[in-house]
Design a protein around this ligand. Structure first.
Ligand code: PLP
Length: 359
């Protein structure tokens, strides 16, 4: 699919003029049928590696086979998709392409994923906070009120990290309507596979300023491969492809991702996701009985946010059985919060014992 010319003009007017005008780095042509004497590589594979790994060769910048696999996995076209080193790279590229240092701003809705603000600060963009409201619901009225002309990106994370809840889709839609022609709205769906909510990917045709982040790091179990996707109108993707570092995707990473996305591996991946969701509910139910836990927030992700009586003692009890959870205490609106990732059944049993959840 392709955005209408009017949409293109609106998107390009939001972008940094110097990025729109930028001549991107011209990487060596990728032509697998030809013998490569144009990229200053050694002609032999590493002698310690199997001969087919081809690690002496630069990888394809946006590996075509991986792009095709991701496009089919997410139900979009390859022109709507950028592969990056995790969605972290997507966050960085979006910030750099749309925010001028010292002039532009992003809206974030804390408590939320930290990289949105970090990327903005690296770029010299202002960070406008519109905190989540009661039960960590999106304050769409607040976001819309904060949409001044300096705001180029609105970061929405659903299901949200670290709170675990999905943002209300009607509220997201109101933000999308208000931001049309004014700012990009990015919905980070890093945990979407663990949620019953439908992906915003289906709304791309309606909203040329909608951007979706997906990753293979969480539900697909490939965090070490560092593969994430930015899904957006082709105009947005073309801008990001201009500024992604050359040869960003290491070949062992793209090979691993392609393999994971093969249809024959789907049943295993789906079964693992289902297992995590059922373990999450078992753990949640048990933790409500812990004397150390005041509240377990509902979660549509692969982690639980706990309001504890004392975060330090909960972390110590977990550490005593060799488990590490994430301390969120002292952060605004989080109190004595601990974020606990759902583990294997055996690890979850250890959590239940360590936090004295017996009936
Ligand atoms: C983990 C996480 C990411 C980063 O994922 P990578 O693809 O591994 O970079 C992005 N967004 C959220 C909300 C996350 O929790």
């Amino acid at each position: 699919m392709s955005a209408r010319p009017a949409d293109d003009a609106e998107i390009l007017a939001l972008a940094r003029p110097d990025i729109v005008a930028l001549a991107p780095y011209e990487h060596a042509v990728f032509a697998p049928t030809l013998e490569r004497l144009h990229a200053n590589e050694l002609p032999w594979p590493p002698h310690s590696e199997p001969p087919d790994t081809a690690l002496h060769r630069y990888p394809e910048p946006q590996p075509a086979a991986l792009l095709a696999a991701l496009a089919s996995h997410y139900g979009v076209s390859t022109e709507q998709l950028l592969v990056g080193r995790g969605s972290d790279e997507g966050i960085d590229l979006l910030t750099r392409a749309f925010c001028r240092a010292g002039e532009d701003a992003v809206i974030i809705c804390p408590p939320t994923f930290g990289m949105y603000a970090v990327a903005a600060r690296i770029q010299g963009a202002a960070v406008v906070n519109v905190p989540l409201g009661k039960d960590y619901a999106l304050d769409d009225t607040g976001v819309i009120a904060a949409l001044d002309p300096s705001v180029k990106l609105v970061w929405l994370c659903s299901p949200n990290n670290p709170t675990g809840n999905s943002l209300d889709s009607a509220a997201i839609r109101r933000v999308l309507e208000a931001a049309r022609g004014r700012a990009l709205v990015v919905v980070d769906e890093a945990y979407s596979e663990f949620s019953a909510q439908t992906s915003w990917v289906g709304s791309l045709a309606e909203y040329p300023h909608l951007v979706i982040l997906r990753t293979l790091s969480k539900a697909q179990g490939l965090a070490g491969a560092r593969i994430g996707a930015v899904i957006a109108a082709p105009t947005v993707i073309r801008l990001l492809r201009k500024i992604i570092p050359p040869y960003a995707i290491a070949r062992p990473a793209s090979t691993a991702a392609e393999h994971a996305l093969q249809n024959s591996n789907r049943p295993i991946a789906l079964a693992r996701i289902a297992r995590v969701c059922s373990e999450r509910e078992r753990l949640r139910e048990a933790l409500t009985r812990s004397p150390w836990v005041k509240r377990v927030y509902p979660s549509e992700a692969n982690f639980l946010l706990l309001e504890t009586t004392n975060a330090r003692s909960v972390l110590d009890r977990l550490q005593a059985v060799a488990l590490l959870a994430r301390d969120f205490s002292g952060k605004p609106a989080l109190g004595e919060a601990v974020r606990l990732t759902v583990g294997t059944p055996e690890q979850n049993n250890r959590v239940i014992t360590a936090l004295e959840c017996s009936t």
